[in-house]
Design a protein around this ligand. Sequence first.
Ligand SMILES: Cc1cc2nc3c(=O)[nH]c(=O)nc-3n(C[C@H](O)[C@H](O)[C@H](O)COP(=O)(O)OP(=O)(O)OC[C@H]3O[C@@H](n4cnc5c(N)ncnc54)[C@H](O)[C@@H]3O)c2cc1C
Length: 302
Amino acid sequence: MNDLFLKELKEAAGDAGIIENEPMMRHTTFRVGGPADYFTAPDLNRLPELLHVCKKHGAACFIIGNGSNLLVGDKGIRGLVIQISDKTGEVSINDGRLKAGAGMLLSKAANMAANAGLSGMEFAAGIPGTVGGAVVMNAGAYDGEIKDILSNVTVLDEDGKKRELSVEELELGYRRSCIAGRHYIVTEAEFLLKQGNCDEIFAKMEKFRGLRTGKQPLEYPSAGSTFKRPEGYFAGKLIMDAGLSGFRVGGAQVSEKHCGFIINKDGASAKDIATLMQEVSEKVERRFGVTLEPEVRMIGEF
Ligand SMILES: Cc1cc2nc3c(=O)[nH]c(=O)nc-3n(C[C@H](O)[C@H](O)[C@H](O)COP(=O)(O)OP(=O)(O)OC[C@H]3O[C@@H](n4cnc5c(N)ncnc54)[C@H](O)[C@@H]3O)c2cc1C
């Protein structure tokens, strides 16, 4: 990319600035990923101009939240990475409706709902993503998912135009939505919650956090469940029954605590993790005839 592109990117990013060759391992919970050519975590009002500059120069633009569902290749990302980060997170609560900026951590929004005596977001307490990332993934756990509580979403389209979308328009399904396919950027989400009892809400959140600590390998970097749950099965159980608990490729390992998690046990590369995912899928398919589909999103060059 040329100097003019960088100059225009810097102007568009404003105070957030543009970092060149930013290691993506700093921005993913797997703690792997090579450098992004350009990286910024701007104010949301800077997004249309950043999109415009990328389009004008034919550069790719990737949106990330907290990087908790991402596997970024070791060779990194060509183009601009825009992180929709917590500093853009604002929240308002009115009449049972909680409106949060896309960069706010979902767990923080869940805590705010609990403090306001609003129930429905308890399931989100231990999910380490942003509000935007959770809408994109239709994140869920235990007894709930985003789809159950979402009432309205604000996005920017590819041309940087603001659009309000209803839940139906998002085509939310199991760990999916139409957002990535349409190149929308989520900037705000509104959740419709029910009046509840603060103590009971916090107790439920605490219970869910405890279940996670007991069952999940939270002491190691990961991206949560590596594979989606295949219809009628549990990915972790299939992997365990295939004898793959503790199975390793380089520094990546199938967690012995929860086989549904691939962990960065010991300085894994993205290639290690991707190869392990591939081998696990092949072995499970051969043994049980069940196809495992990655839940983790793979981006960049491997
Ligand atoms: C320990 C652990 C436990 C987890 N437990 C759960 C769980 O119980 N349930 C669950 O569903 N998930 C779980 N996850 C996975 C992950 O936290 C969720 O998928 C989360 O919703 C991802 O949010 P994020 O902000 O980190 O998104 P990222 O990982 O940064 O991005 C995910 C996708 O969303 C897109 N995206 C992110 N923000 C935006 C935006 N504002 N606009 C447009 N596109 C955007 C990205 O381009 C990418 O395609 C877990 C992960 C870890 C590490």
